[in-house]
Design a protein around this ligand. Structure first.
Ligand SMILES: NC(=O)c1ccc[n+]([C@@H]2O[C@H](COP(=O)([O-])OP(=O)(O)OC[C@H]3O[C@@H](n4cnc5c(N)ncnc54)[C@H](OP(=O)(O)O)[C@@H]3O)[C@@H](O)[C@H]2O)c1
Length: 258
């Protein structure tokens, strides 16, 4: 039984991936997020049979449920694992509640590592792991500090994992988009941005574009996907320009010290 597992499937990128993978002739798509009714709606829309896991990925016990589900059938093959669940908080680090900072680490770092570890034994040559990172991983970002730091972890983790799994033919792709305007991410992240450090989100892309381009990149065995012009440019600049200068530029750009 060939399956795809998608976290964060109730909204934004995760939902866009589910819609695209619907055409991949899988036997099941496993949809994971907290809002069950959203997952049910998506499952009804898709032609592929779906299994819904309405759960908070930061809570203990969830991984045991997923592990048990993976072990239910001896022929389960995870062809796609897409870790898209994630959230951010904008604003000065000292003004963001510590609970939010730790929750970001739990969801953006610990959950994908745990799910990836669970899924790998059920993968074989041609299986794909997609870790949804962000171009914020390319440099330290004042005003987006802890979130960007979680994404650096995920980027490094994905790259090394890809090298480790290459002999088995399992392909790992780190997806590093710039701002995406049509998901719930920006409004939720902005809730803590008391000083309006980030505004307007110019040149933001769309989740359908990011999902489509990154799926194509994954199929082409690309380790790091920058699915839009800004993230592509950001990646290049971050390898040429010292991070101290990039941080200063970002501080000026966002008017952080006005
Ligand atoms: N939007 C951007 O500008 C942008 C840019 C670069 C990278 N990204 C990354 O892209 C990924 C997808 O974000 P998005 O833009 O699609 O945002 P989104 O619309 O807010 O989607 C986030 C998803 O994560 C799920 N989620 C949140 N907390 C969860 C938890 N504790 N347990 C399980 N699921 C949880 C949400 O569902 P429930 O609320 O139903 O649980 C939702 O389905 C994230 O990793 C984000 O960091 C986003």
């Amino acid at each position: 039984m060939n399956i795809a597992i998608i976290t964060g499937a109730s909204s934004g990128l995760g939902r866009a991936y589910a819609r695209l993978l619907d055409a991949e002739h899988l036997d099941e798509i496993w949809l994971i997020a907290r809002r069950e009714e959203r997952l049910q709606e998506l499952a009804q829309e898709l032609r592929t049979s779906c299994r819904i896991f309405a759960c908070d990925l930061t809570q203990p016990g969830v991984l045991a449920v997923l592990q048990a589900s993976l072990g239910e059938r001896p022929d389960t093959e995870v062809r796609w694992l897409i870790n898209a669940a994630g959230f951010g908080r904008l604003g000065y680090t000292t003004e963001i509640p510590l609970a939010d900072q730790l929750a970001m680490i739990d969801l953006n770092v610990k959950a994908p590592v745990a799910l990836t570890q669970l899924a790998i034994p059920f993968m074989s040559a041609g299986s794909h792991i997609m870790e949804i990172v962000s171009c914020s991983a390319f440099q330290p970002i004042p005003g987006l500090n802890v979130y960007a730091a979680t994404k650096v972890f995920l980027l490094r983790y994905s790259r090394a994992l890809g090298a480790e799994l290459a002999p088995q033919g399992i392909i790992v792709t780190a997806v590093c988009p710039y701002w995406i305007r049509d998901t719930e991410f920006i409004p939720l992240a902005s809730a803590t941005d008391a000083h309006h450090l980030f505004r307007g989100f110019p040149l933001a892309t769309t989740c359908e574009e990011v999902a489509r381009r990154s799926l194509r990149a994954a199929k082409n065995n690309i380790a790091v996907c920058t699915p839009d012009a800004i993230s592509f440019l950001h990646r290049i600049l971050s390898t040429i320009i010292p991070h101290k200068l990039l941080m200063a530029a970002s501080t000026i750009f966002h008017g952080l010290h006005k």
